[in-house]
Design a protein around this ligand. Structure first.
Ligand code: NAD
Length: 268
């Protein structure tokens, strides 16, 4: 069975890469594409926009205009759009892959609400390499324990609007879980002025923004006399898009519920 996939945010950096990745994925076909209603690209061919040649899929300006044309929606847009799309997908019984980051607690509650009636797979990072890294970080934290100071540094292109990255936060959660802590109890997101010495259990975050960096993350475990660094560097958005297309094919066969990329990869 071929899973019919819609990509929203079709003209975005991830949207264009997703259109290409869906075309390359086994068991999947692009059947719809969506952009903001005011976008001048509504009405264009999605394949031509993504640089992969004409596909005969015309970009719509409203999800409801194409709601019967797909099985799974892939959404890498912005929190408000993603929450509205989750409600539309739940009402129509359509499944959804969410890559959007920067969602508030309230946004997440609404997305979880939609997952009561449909299958939703949400991840801060859909790359297989990053998801393997989450597992490695959890193991490293369990082995190294509380004697190592943990600091997370991430770098992204100048256009990224949320900080720290969703991936950095997920890395922090993987470490905190390995140490038996909750990230919200130990995270330190900024240091400026007379902040005093580092406390024992804090997990510090530092954000770098600039240029065209797709996404670099380094987690440091620092102790007296040594340090361990676990780094992931993404050089192409294709790593995220390939994972999202794979997750969409997997999700098509799952019952209603909330999933993440660790479920798709069988890492739980
Ligand atoms: P972008 O700004 O290039 O693209 C976003 C697109 O969404 C734009 O084309 C915009 O017009 C469109 N959009 C906004 N509202 C819309 C609506 N209501 N309907 C239809 N389209 C709408 O951004 P990007 O770099 O492609 O990133 C998008 C999101 O994906 C960000 O939150 C980013 O952090 C996240 N991201 C996640 C992963 C992951 O693996 N989870 C990887 C990369 C980026």
């Amino acid at each position: 069975m071929i899973v019919r996939i819609a990509v929203t945010g079709a003209a975005g950096r991830m949207g264009k890469t997703l259109i290409e990745a869906v075309g390359l994925a086994e068991g999947a076909a692009l059947s719809a594409a969506i952009e903001r209603p005011e976008s001048s690209l509504v009405g264009s061919d999605a394949g031509e926009l993504a640089g992969v040649g004409k596909l005969g899929v015309i970009i719509a300006g409203d999800i409801n205009a194409v709601i019967n044309d797909f099985d799974v929606l892939i959404d890498f847009t912005a929190p408000a759009a993603t929450v509205a799309n989750a409600k539309a997908c739940a009402a129509a019984g359509k499944k959804m892959i969410i890559g959007t980051t920067g969602c508030s607690e309230d946004d997440l509650a609404q997305i979880h609400g939609a997952a009561v009636t449909t299958g939703i797979c949400m991840a801060s990072n859909f790359s297989t390499g990053v998801n393997a890294t989450f597992k490695l970080l959890n193991m490293a934290a369990q082995i190294l324990g509380h004697d190592y100071d943990v600091e997370i540094v991430e770098t992204h292109h100048r256009h990224k609007v949320d900080a720290p990255s969703g991936t950095a936060l997920s890395m922090g959660e993987a470490v905190a879980a390995g140490l038996g802590q909750k990230l919200s109890d130990v995270a330190v997101y900024a240091r400026e002025g007379q902040v005093g010495p580092r406390t024992k259990d804090e997990i510090g975050f530092a954000t770098v923004r600039g240029g065209d960096v797709v996404g670099d993350h380094t987690v440091m475990f620092l102790a007296d006399g040594e340090r361990v660094e676990i780094t992931h560097k993404a050089s192409s958005r294709m790593s995220f898009a390939r994972g999202a297309a794979r997750a969409a094919v997997w999700l098509a066969a799952q019952p209603a519920g909330m999933y993440d990329m660790q479920d798709v990869l069988g890492l739980k």
